[in-house]
Design a protein around this ligand. Sequence first.
Ligand code: CAA
Ligand code: NAD
Length: 283
Amino acid sequence: MAINTVMVIGAGQMGAGIAQVFAQSGFDVKLNDLQEEALEKGRAGIEKRLTRAVEKGRMTEDEKTGRLSRLATTTTLADAHDCDFVVEAVVENMDVKKKVFSELDTHAPAHAILASNTSSLPITEIAASTKRADQVIGMHFMNPVPVMKLVEIIRGLQTSDETYQAIEDMTKQLSKTPVEVRDFPGFVSNRVLMPMINEAIYTVYEGVAEPEAVDEVMKLGMNHPMGPLTLADFIGLDTCLYIMEVLHEGFGDSKYRPCPLLRQYVQAGWLGKKSGRGFYQYE
Ligand code: CAA
Ligand code: NAD
């Protein structure tokens, strides 16, 4: 089955990046969000990054205009009626994702594959909120999407081989590298990454070191491109907390207990870069 038209649900930092990558690879893209403001911000970010690609000689002005003309925005899920593929990137919350998938199931054509960009939640449970669990899959892009090569692909219990193959092929078409993992809390990426970030937050909470020092240790000592607290601010502290909660509940193991300081920052609305304050101040 050919995939030509795709919908991306959620125009936040992940959704906008995913929409850009699909547009750049020649797909017709519909970017969906509840809020017009998020759509405008998402589209403006894509335009800015494509302008930079032109400046750097990676794309011509005509190509940029062509790609942008194939990128539509919408606040209506019913616009999925002619999409061959839909990928969801809304907040990391099971109830919200299930609601989106069950509604989407009524609008998307019968042949369409539905994917979630969830960081940690069970694909099997998301799939069960539709009547096409065999056509539901996890497609976990990394942040920033236009730069990072990996896509973690997660099959739910009922995902068919045909669905898996179509998504693996499409990932390669996006010039990304697919890696298949099983449907376990946090998959591989966040089961390994997020406890490190959580532990870095504990070192601040326990007064072992200031955020700058923790980041410096991991950057200069371990050659990480960003220190763990800068990375946490970049990912979003709300998303980090939700992922830790999924790991904690999913494995029932106290080693995944979210650091109280992380919880407190989220309660304060300090969500990292996107809210202007996290472990660091922005602007
Ligand atoms: N969006 C789009 N493009 C971006 C970007 C962003 N947010 N940030 C940087 N870039 C682009 C720049 O435009 C630049 O491209 P050009 O070739 O056009 O110049 C390129 O990336 C390199 O940027 P810089 O030279 O400014 O910066 P850098 O060398 O410091 O690299 C980085 C930036 C790639 C983000 C690097 O710091 C890095 O790899 N950080 C770690 C990222 C990471 O770990 N991501 C995974 C997060 S976890 C996750 O995604 C899973 C989850 O579920 C939470
Ligand atoms: P974000 O907060 O930047 O954006 C979420 C967007 O979804 C917002 O614009 C919001 O208005 C929109 N939204 C919320 N409910 C919606 C609905 N019912 N319908 C349509 N739009 C809706 O979040 P993000 O960082 O882009 O994360 C999105 C998803 O991607 C989460 O599941 C997250 O775990 C996952 N993820 C995040 C990262 C990361 O580094 N931030 C990396 C990989 C995966």
